[in-house]
Design a protein around this ligand. Structure first.
Ligand code: FAD
Length: 379
């Protein structure tokens, strides 16, 4: 396998791992139980340069290639807390890349720069109570009134939603369908904005996911992100990065699950033998390892094309589909291997089994991945 990671990537990986193992993983269970993690984590990640890995150095990013982002995601799974991972990735790889790409200098100074430092928390507001997969159909409106836009509507399932300082927000400014969608940088201290509800989820417990409400929220027209009515294209482009990070996280997460299971199987015995010595389990895990390796290669192939700016929509959709579906099977088997301990909150695999469900749902479901691939291959 070609080695995509240089010694510089590896040194960066090591620094991420040290931070994750020192600052995040010791609190994994505590933060899940609290249903939130300290804001300070954003600050720390920002100070270490982890929130602006591939962003413009002019606004505090490091301008590095996507293999650094890959290494970051792979090490992040060692936090053993999918909620923190999700929150940090929304901040760095979902809500800010569009601003980095198409924002004005003012938008970058006001929103991007403090987000990369971890001083402001960012959210991405696309999904709505009645619209998730079908983004072109979103209902929240922004109506032009003089030099402002007035926003009305609601957003649902918004990660970092209860404490975001701003939202990269998709709204309808024009006709129905994809031609009428625009993006805004939306400050949450705008009058008329409120958090309706923090959602009770079954996994990713430490990340706050919320329903947001917009009532006559007036934002200056200069906060329009990109051209009016061209937001749909940018949302779709942005999804590529989101889906790629999901695939990388899933592949790395599966390896971690197997690693933990094998360790447990060496320590725990039944009927006079360590569990791992039973052929049925060894074969199961080896089979998974082979599939994980294939899924990871597909993912790295997508990263390679993404890094070369080749817009690999098919490959990214395939990587998310394959890793997402495989992760469900791996989590199930690893949890089964832990027996009763796999059903206990303190055991990582129990929480991972719940958390990993999100990979086939968030950022575009497995069915939507299949729809995209089907269109691209022509049937
Ligand atoms: C924990 C969590 C965090 C999230 N964070 C964010 C966030 O930060 N920002 C944000 O904007 N959104 C966020 N989301 C929303 C997420 O992206 C959507 O839930 C997802 O895109 C699916 O949309 P939906 O829930 O409306 O499902 P629906 O679109 O209603 O789909 C329901 C079911 O129908 C299937 N389906 C839909 N269309 C088709 C079709 N054409 N063919 C076959 N089957 C189809 C779907 O695959 C799914 O199984 C988050 C969701 C969760 C659960």
């Amino acid at each position: 396998m070609p080695n995509f990671f240089t010694p510089e990537h590896e040194a960066f990986r090591k620094s991420v791992r040290q931070w994750v193992e020192r600052e995040l993983s010791p609190h994994a269970l505590e933060w899940d139980r609290a249903g939130i993690f300290p804001k300070e984590v954003f600050k720390q990640a920002g100070e270490l340069g982890f929130l602006g890995i591939n962003h413009d150095p002019k606004y505090g990013g490091s301008g590095l290639d996507y293999w650094y982002v890959t290494a970051f995601c792979e090490e992040l799974v060692r936090s053993r807390n999918a909620g923190v991972n999700m929150a940090l990735l929304v901040q760095s790889q979902m809500a800010t890349p569009i601003i980095n790409e198409i924002g004005t200098d003012e938008q970058k100074r006001l929103f991007l720069e403090p987000a990369l430092k971890g001083e402001k928390i960012a959210a991405l507001g696309v999904s709505e109570p009645s619209v998730g997969s079908d983004v072109a159909n979103l209902k929240t409106t922004a109506r032009r009134v003089g030099d402002d836009f007035v926003i009305n509507g609601s957003k649902m399932w918004i990660t970092n939603g209860t404490r975001a300082d701003f939202i990269t927000l998709a709204v309808r400014t024009g006709e129905t369908g994809y031609g009428g969608v625009s993006l805004f940088t939306f400050p949450t201290d705008t009058k008329g904005f409120s958090v309706s509800k923090k959602l009770d989820k079954i996994g990713n417990l430490s990340s706050d996911t919320a329903i947001l409400f917009f009532e006559d929220c007036k934002v200056p027209a200069r906060f329009l992100l990109g051209e009016e009515n061209e937001g749909f294209y940018h949302v779709m482009t942005n999804f590529q990065g989101e889906r790629l990070t999901a695939a990388i996280i899933a592949a790395a997460g599966m390896e971690r699950m197997i690693e933990d299971a094998v360790k447990y199987g060496n320590e725990r015995s039944a009927f006079g033998r360590p569990l791992i010595k039973y052929q049925v389990w060894r074969h199961k895990f080896v089979e998974h390892l082979a599939h994980i390796e294939a899924a990871r290669r597909l993912t790295y192939h997508a990263v390679e094309l993404f890094e070369a700016k080749e817009s690999p929509v098919k490959e990214i959709s395939m990587a998310k589909l394959v890793t997402g579906d495989l992760a469900q099977k791996v989590a199930y088997d690893c949890q089964q291997f832990f027996g009763g301990m796999g059903y206990i909150e303190e055991t990582d695999i129990a929480r991972t089994w719940r958390d990993i469900r999100l990979i086939t749902i968030g950022g575009g479901t497995s069915e939507i991945m299949k729809e995209i691939i089907s269109k691209l291959v022509g049937f």
